[in-house]
Structure formats: C-alpha cells, structure tokens
Design a protein around this ligand. Sequence first.
Ligand SMILES: Nc1ncnc2c1ncn2[C@@H]1O[C@H](COP(=O)(O)OP(=O)(O)O)[C@@H](O)[C@H]1O
Ligand SMILES: [Mg+2]
Length: 374
Amino acid sequence: MNKTKNPFRFGEPATNEFFTDRKKEIEELIGHLKKGENLFIYAYRRMGKTSLIKSALKMMENDKQAIAIYVDLQKATSCAQFLEVYAMAISEAMFELKEKLEKIAKFFKRIVPSFEIGGGGKWKIRFDFTKTTENIHSALDEIFDLPQQMAQEYNIRVVVALDEFQEIEGLHGGEFEMLIKPFISKHPLVNYVFIGSKIHIATKMFTDKSRPFYKMALVYPLTPVDPKIMADFICERFESTGKSIQRKFAEQIVEISQNIPYHVQMVGHHLWQVTSKDVTEEGLYQAIDLVIYHQGELYFNLYDSSSHHQRAVLRALAKTKEMFSQDTIMKYNLGSASSVQASLKALIRNGFVQKDEDGYKIGDPFFEKWLNRN
Ligand SMILES: Nc1ncnc2c1ncn2[C@@H]1O[C@H](COP(=O)(O)OP(=O)(O)O)[C@@H](O)[C@H]1O
Ligand SMILES: [Mg+2]
C-alpha cells in the first residue's frame, strides 16, 4: 500500500497544487474587476468556473485589492433562502476579516441574526427569513446595501460572486430578476460576477433584450484548459508522488474525459489508486471502469428521473448523431421528429444533453459509456 495522498481531487473547487493553468483567465478577470466591471461567466458544469473565480478572488484578497463575497445559489430555491445564503456569505466575508461577532451583527440592521455554536465550537450566525415574505423588499434592500457599506467602511473594492445565478430564474413567480435588478448597486467600489452553468438559461438572462439583466455584465465564456496543459498536469501529479505515466496515456485521459477537468481528475484519481509505480494500459481501462462504477448510482438516478421517451432519446444519442433520421426514429421507437425535438429540449434544460455546432451530445462522457453498457 502506498501511503502517499492521492494527487487528484474532484468534487470541490480545485486549489493550490490541484489547480492548473487559467493564468490568462485570472489575469483577464482581475483586470475587468479592477475596472469596476460586472461579469457574467458561463460554461457547462464541471468546467472549472467555481475553481477559477475562487482562485481569482483569493488572489485579489491576498493582494488587498478586494473583499470577496462568494454566494452559491445552488440551494436558493426560494426568496427566503436567497436572502439566507447571501446574508451568510456576507457574514463569512466579515469573519474572514477577523471581525468580532458583535460588529458583524450590528452591520445587519433591520435583519436580526441569531447565533449558534457550529462545528468545532465556533460561533455561527444564523438568519431566518422564513417569516419575511411581506418584507422581502426591505430585506433585499438591506442585504444588497451591505457590500456597499463594507466597501465604504474598509475603503476597498467588494466583489460579489453569485454562483449558479440561473437558479434565481424561477423565484418569486419568475419575477425575482426584476425584483433584484434595482438593488444591483451602482457603487464604484462594488461589482458583481454572475456565474452560470445551465448555459441556455443563463446566457438568455444577459443577452436577451427583454430581460432585466440584459447588458448588465460583460459576457465571458470560459473556454476549456488547453489539452496539452491538462496532459502536463496529469503527468506532473503522478510524478509528484513518485509514480509515472507515459504522455500518451495522459493524452488519452484528456480525450476520454473530453477535457472536462472534473472527469480528468476523477480518472486520474482512480488510475493513481490502481497504479503501484508505472501506469499501464490495463490500469487505464480499470480506472475507466471504476469511474463508471462509482458514478453508476448517479447515472441510474438521472436516467430514472427522465421520462420514457427521454430515456429512448438518451439511448439513441449514446449511439448516434443522426437523431432525426428515419432509421434512428424507427430503431429507438422515437415517434416523430417533433417529439424527439421536445425531449432533446427537456434534456438540454436538465443539463444532460448539450448542443453545439456538431449537433447534440450527451454532456457527461461517462454517462454515455454507462448508457451503452446498461
Ligand atoms: N484549473 C483546474 N485545474 C485542475 N482541476 C480543475 C480545475 N478547475 C476545475 N478542476 C476540477 O474540476 C472539478 C469541477 O470544478 P468546478 O470549479 O467546481 O467546476 P464548475 O464550477 O464549472 O462546475 C473540480 O472539483 C476539480 O477536480
Ligand atoms: Mg460551480
């Protein structure tokens, strides 16, 4: 048994030695932020958006260029939850500044936080907005005002990152965008980074003329890491633990993973685990099997939650690009071209299927393999 720690990590934002490249992006993002611009960053899930923005913000914090408020809207399925995660993020940013609890509590004026002891005996601030429905406007007003007050108090730029921003789309009867737009501050020291992973939903929010956030931010599509740099990263990670991998295998990992950093790290993780010294071809196949095995339950649930027709479309798509041909429709019993279109649309909305210049494809390369095996 090799006791060294696995040099590949996935499932949490990549940092330090687990994070590669993105130098150009970090420089560009910081450049825009320092100019006071709002940004809308988009890319499919697991392409490294959260890792990138967190790294860029950390850098700005370390250089005393900004205070960062990072808000994950993934769990914000109501206005009350939106307020809660945002308030928590603000209080966390103040904790980072080593502010005392009393001071943090005082910062919130109309919204009264409560305190509880969290894990490790540390005090935690709690917010309860469940009774705020009538007051949602004034609560929003206050919350969105706080970054501005922080900027004034500390005389430094405040960057608010709203991750998985598209999740707000359905809130407040679909009118949440309209509701919060007036609060997006025009303060010279506060700017926003909106991050979206459901591309078709998120991009519309910023590029459709009829939407409240139209032109509210500079649109920044995040492109993949250069595949050569990704392959270098794989080799370097193996070498850092005294194991080795031939470059052709590293390139193969990038290819099989369609250069999605999450999948690269997942294959790397399993491959490292089954390798005692030098990576072999057999080891690589074993690692791929392990990825599919470990993801199996997730894939089953994705499949299971889809309608009967969507499943048939997924099965067809795992085999062919000719989704509208008579052959495909007959073979997979897909009914009509219009119903194929409707299912593809729903699957895109769910994030299972992607559409680009080459047509439709299953977003997760290992989900595709799983479909072909099961
Ligand atoms: N720059 C990077 N270098 C190496 N691995 C990365 C990088 N960015 C992301 N990853 C890997 O991909 C996973 C998903 O990244 P994340 O930033 O959460 O993506 P997103 O926010 O786009 O869904 C991370 O857990 C990590 O394993
Ligand atoms: Mg993310």
